[in-house]
Design a protein around this ligand. Structure first.
Ligand code: NAI
Ligand code: MG
Length: 389
């Protein structure tokens, strides 16, 4: 599912790397994204859902999302005023297949000029090696979509009549209220917690940190913390469980990022924590992710979007590493450990050598002239990885 903009470019490069590493697969193209919204009024056509249902494993590039009015304007004239409304196909995909486990590794590569550095106690410069994997609940919580402006009567009544809520909201007119709920279910919470502990066990991470806010958000974060303690005690007593608050975690991010292993959180806080840690290891050019469902459907994608600014450059300049790393996560999911390890080592070798770097790694502003100024193109970066395999 290449999608839009640079999604198309980076996916193609990742597949070249997979081929060169000897991964044998047939790739079936899945239509998704802006073109299909404009032409068909649906950015996530049913035929794509059927394909993924049948084949189970998806590589996804990125899509373009635009605000409501713009989306309506770009719709094919024959489809206008027919009741089509745009919604993000990647969010749609997550919801349709219940891809409730999202995994976002943030691991520094030695020699990456974008690695985080800090001042040490002696005044010198330290470059802590980060190796954190964030487990984010992907379908519920604040992104679960249960929200209203000018809420229905039942919701309004609950605010107006509950003795705890009435003080703040009892006298506010209905039209002046917007509500976004944060619903956690035990089933989904248990799944993300267990996934985090199982991963820690399998790959030898020293600890699991729950990153929520149970002292304030008592019901949802509180439930997650209680369940985490129970699961740890019963099934993973050898793996220590730590509890941090999301706000404090963001502060500690630059203080001691090397001390964390697995981090597990709900949807919103998992999103925040993963962007925070991704910033320490090189940012969007390096941030990869995997998401999967209980029935084994897996979709692997870079965290970045379609970067429309760069999509039409004569030679693509964006960093393909996030997409290549996402493809490596797919290999691990499929149990293709040998090929996965070989590609990881090749990436590490390219970065350690430091000869081939995309514009972001050279801290340049993304313009077509970066190629003339010595930055590698997307294609050359993938070539460099292939050469090291
Ligand atoms: P973006 O991630 O597309 O780009 C933001 C900036 O990050 C770029 O301008 C570029 O400077 C840098 N960047 C992104 N990917 C890079 C790469 N591989 N190598 C080097 N630099 C890179 O986010 P933006 O601009 O906020 O959104 C653009 C479009 O993408 C929007 O339509 C948005 O809705 C969509 N989007 C889609 C996502 C998805 O498909 N999962 C996620 C995020 C945004
Ligand atoms: Mg995000």
């Amino acid at each position: 599912m290449p999608g839009d903009g640079i999604g198309k470019v980076v996916l193609q490069e990742a597949i070249r790397v997979l081929d060169a590493a000897g991964f044998e697969a047939n790739y079936v193209n899945g239509d998704i994204g802006w073109d299909f919204w404009c032409k068909e009024g649906n950015p996530l056509p049913d035929r794509t859902l059927k394909l993924l249902q049948e084949h189970k494993i998806g590589l996804f590039g990125a899509i373009t999302s635009k605000p409501k009015e713009e989306a309506a304007n770009e719709l094919d004239p024959s489809l206008k005023d027919k009741g089509f409304t745009y919604s993000s196909p990647i969010v749609g995909l997550r919801q349709y297949f219940n891809l409730d486990i999202c995994v976002r590794p943030c691991k520094s590569y030695k020699g990456n000029p974008l690695n985080f550095i800090r001042r040490g106690a002696d005044g010198g410069v330290e470059e802590p090696m980060v190796d954190v994997v964030i487990f984010r609940q992907n379908t519920e919580g604040l992104y679960g979509g249960v929200e209203w402006s000018n809420p229905p009567d039942q919701v309004y009544e609950a605010l107006r009549t509950h003795k705890k809520f009435v003080q703040n909201f009892g006298n506010v007119p209905k039209e002046e209220i917007s509500v976004s709920t944060r619903i956690f279910t035990k089933k989904a919470t248990e799944r993300i917690l267990r996934a985090a502990f199982e991963y820690a066990q399998k790959y030898g991470y020293k600890s699991v940190t729950l990153c929520e806010k149970p002292n304030v958000i008592r019901e949802t974060s509180g439930m997650m913390y209680r369940m985490a303690k129970e699961i740890q005690k019963k099934d993973f007593p050898q793996i220590p469980l730590y509890n941090t608050n999301i706000d404090a975690q963001m502060m500690w991010l630059t203080k001691n990022p090397e001390e964390y292993g697995i981090i597990v959180a709900g949807n919103m806080f998992g999103d925040i924590a993963s962007d925070g840690f991704a910033g320490l290891i090189g940012g969007l050019g390096f941030a990869c992710s995997a998401q999967f469902s209980a029935d084994g459907i897996g979709v692997f994608e870079p965290t970045h979007g379609s970067a429309p600014k760069y999509a039409d450059f004569p030679v693509s300049i964006v960093n393909p590493m996030a997409m290549i790393e996402s493809a490596v996560m797919m290999l691990e999911y499929l149990g293709e450990y040998e090929i996965a390890t070989r590609i990881r080592k090749a990436i590490a070798a390219v970065i350690a050598e430091g000869k081939v770097k995309t514009y972001d790694m050279m801290k340049m502003t993304g313009k077509p002239d970066v190629i003339d100024r010595g930055a590698a193109s997307t294609h050359q970066m993938a070539d460099a990885v292939i050469a090291k395999l």
